[in-house]
Design a protein. Structure first.
Length: 306
């Protein structure tokens, strides 16, 4: 995961998982990416025994550290946030070395590598608005002209970073496209703008292919179009609509086929916009709003698969 001393425990889903695992009597060993290495055909790690407490003043204690093969752990949860860069990809190969020796990795390294959270939506066009993935600025311009309004975003980031709302008649359109593609050197995704973003960008959590009954609608603050909580959005809990359930049912078989035990679907209005399998969040918010224990559902699935 990312550095444990930097997390905000009131909204950190990884921390919620740690609390649940500890409550069930599992030992927790904390690792950052810099702690991992591959020696011959075996993945090793510097592992830190950690005890967690739901206390915003003092939420963790490292009690011991060791260096040992990663496959001596029963389960490894990959909870490193994007960017999904080369370092992240190499980490999936190290995790795969442990997986080959019998350790359960959540989510599977091959799935993390193969299914970018934005590009994976192309597997479900029936659920999505028109989109294009390209680094060609003219193609992006043509797409925006056709749609009149589009959202343009990098394919490897999170939290609303570097997302632009582009209008066909915007005098800054060339600057926007130059910036987001770094002058045509980076692939980006453009999607038709969905006006229903005013009602929120819904996060639907999927546990072993089954949707949690409530979503967290992340509503943009005034003067914004991004609903991301990291961009100042406000979370509002709500039951899944019938159409939300339909989208979840469309994606569920694919999640199960790829052994993706925990995923987050992003839905605006009636349209799927992203499938997050790297480090989905919103557990703590939904647990608090609806008296749930989503981590317990997840660990029931983990224990059944380990």
């Amino acid at each position: 995961m990312d550095p444990v001393d930097k997390i905000k425990i009131h909204k950190d889903s990884t921390f919620a998982m740690m609390l649940e695992a500890q409550q069930r009597g599992h030992q927790l060993w904390y690792m950052e990416l810099s702690d991992l290495w591959l020696q011959s055909d075996r993945a090793w790690a510097r592992q830190h025994r950690i005890v967690v407490t739901d206390d915003p003043e003092s939420w963790f204690e490292i009690t011991e550290s060791r260096e040992c093969p990663m496959d001596e752990l029963d389960v490894i949860m990959m909870r490193k946030d994007p960017p999904f860069d080369l370092t992240y990809i190499i980490t999936t190969y190290l995790l795969e070395a442990a997986e080959r020796r019998g350790t359960l990795i959540v989510n599977p390294p091959a799935a993390l590598r193969n299914y970018n959270e934005k590009l994976a939506t192309a597997l479900f066009p029936q659920c999505c608005v028109p989109s294009i993935v390209t680094r060609d600025m003219q193609r992006l311009q043509d797409f925006i002209n056709a749609e009149q309004q589009a959202v343009v975003k990098p394919v490897d980031s999170m939290g609303g970073d570097s997302i632009f709302r582009a209008n066909a008649d915007d005098l800054n359109i060339n600057v926007i496209l130059e910036t987001v593609t770094e002058r045509g050197t980076l692939y980006v995704m453009a999607q038709r703008f969905i006006p229903e973003i005013n009602a929120g960008d819904k996060r639907i959590l999927m546990v072993n292919g089954d949707p949690v009954s409530y979503s967290l609608a992340r509503i943009p603050r005034k003067g914004e179009f991004r609903g991301n909580l990291a961009a100042g959005g406000t979370g509002k809990g709500q039951p899944l609509s019938d159409h939300d359930k339909w989208i979840a049912a469309e994606i569920s078989p694919w999640l199960k086929e790829n052994k993706i035990l925990f995923a987050g679907l992003d839905v605006i209005g009636d349209y799927l916009t992203e499938i997050n399998i790297t480090s989905p969040t919103c557990i703590r918010e939904l647990d608090s709003l609806f008296n749930l224990n989503i981590s317990a559902q997840l660990f029931d699935s983990i224990e059944n698969n380990a």
